[in-house]
Design a protein. Structure first.
Length: 403
């Protein structure tokens, strides 16, 4: 194995405090030699030189991997479809840059070095690693996940800046990436031990308008490909994962508003979007029924903090959801009739979240069966005779005649 002189990592500035182009280039070549080592490990010999000025920026560039080959138009924010295609493009997976990125992560997350990099400006550090979400970045997002998780676990200033400056919102467009999907769930399940107040964390997440972003994606038109399906699966997972997390109700305080807005437009979206919306509603019903059962099984006992969220689900969020369904019962009934009478449509299986997994319509499909169940459950949710008659009056005649 080639012997590397790590003292060369230190480059002297000139009398004006500037570094020459030649010195910087030589420094870069040496860092690449280090990053190309097989079975790389940070040793005590390396540490002093990795702390030198400019080394951090050089190392992080091998993780972020900004590509000069991808052209980003100046008006890209006015071209949402072009922006979507850039976000969902397949990032470069060439082996050598991937190995360099992996080894750079090992250096950046080394305890002695990380503290040094964080000592000056955590905001600068976050700005650098969040360049991974530039449209022309080829960053391996699993490597990014290693960096951000280590940073959040080990530095309070990074944690504070992460939410204070709304970095959290920057990653919502990338939930199609398994690494980002997992990271968001890990954060919201509080798998890290550093959050003292979960309620405060969830309030901060709510302020970043997570639900706004997810429902916007959920109803995105067909030209946006997987965006709707990814949002649907993430929402279902989020609802299910959060059901046992105390304080998470702060994330869902406006869930009824989002369902209400979507239901007033039901029938006007594409088939994929309607199916994905029904999938989320199905999951929400399932979660609420499960959490209500938890409450019922514990009535008469001292229900501890671990049951705080199920109680909120059953006594706060779920009733508001029912209010939305009752207000939209006529829309739902008409929509059911339209889907039932259209013999030429194909309906997507709710339990087959695979692009293009469609079934020919044959009597009742899962899609319409659950839609029917929602309607019946909404009618049965009345708490008075007066409300029952009001709900029955809102059912269109063509729905009654189908029975």
């Amino acid at each position: 194995m080639e012997k590397i002189d790590y003292t060369e990592l230190y480059i002297q500035p000139d009398e004006n405090g500037e570094f020459s182009t030649e010195a910087i280039e030589n420094n870069k070549k040496l860092i690449e030699k280090v990053l190309d080592l097989e079975n790389f490990e940070v040793t005590d010999e390396m540490i002093p030189y990795f702390k030198e000025p400019g080394v951090f920026e050089s190392l992080i560039s091998y993780v972020i991997r900004i590509s000069n080959e991808i052209n980003i138009p100046d008006d890209i924010d006015n071209k949402p479809l072009d922006k979507y295609n850039l976000i969902y493009r397949e990032r470069d997976h060439e082996l050598q840059p991937t190995i360099r990125s992996y080894n750079a992560c090992n250096i950046l997350t080394h305890m002695n070095l990380f503290d040094n990099y964080m000592s000056d400006d955590p905001e600068l550090y976050l700005n650098e690693i969040f360049k991974a979400f530039e449209l022309n970045s080829d960053c391996n997002l699993y490597h990014w996940k290693v960096l951000i998780e280590y940073s959040l676990e080990n530095n309070a200033d990074v944690r504070n800046k992460f939410f204070e400056l709304n970095y959290f919102k920057k990653i919502y467009d990338y939930i199609h990436s398994p690494a980002i999907y997992d990271f968001l769930i890990i954060i919201m399940k509080c798998n890290f031990t550093y959050f003292e107040e979960r309620a405060e964390l969830f309030s901060k997440i709510s302020e970043t308008k997570l639900l706004d972003s997810l429902f916007e994606s959920l109803l995105a038109s067909d030209e946006y490909g997987e965006r709707s399906e990814v949002a649907s699966l993430f929402l279902c997972n989020l609802l299910d994962e959060m059901k046992t997390i105390s304080g998470a109700e702060n994330i869902f305080v406006k869930l009824d508003d989002h369902f209400g807005s979507a239901l007033t437009k039901i029938g006007n979206n594409g088939l994929q979007q309607e199916t994905n919306l029904i999938r989320v509603m199905k999951t929400f019903f399932k979660v609420c029924n499960e959490t209500q059962q938890v409450v019922s099984n514990n009535m008469g006992f001292n229900i501890g903090q671990s049951y705080n969220l199920p109680i909120i689900y059953s006594t706060y969020i779920y009733p508001k959801f029912l209010d939305v369904l009752q207000s939209n019962l006529e829309n739902l009934s008409n929509y059911f009739c339209e889907t039932f009478n259209d013999k030429n449509k194909k309906y997507i299986s709710l339990n087959t979240p695979i692009k293009g997994a469609i079934r020919d319509i044959k009597s009742f499909t899962e899609f319409r069966l659950f839609l029917f169940d929602i309607i019946i459950s909404t009618i049965n949710s009345n708490d008075s005779e007066e409300l029952l008659f009001k709900l029955l009056d809102s059912i269109p005649n063509r729905f009654r005649s189908m029975s």
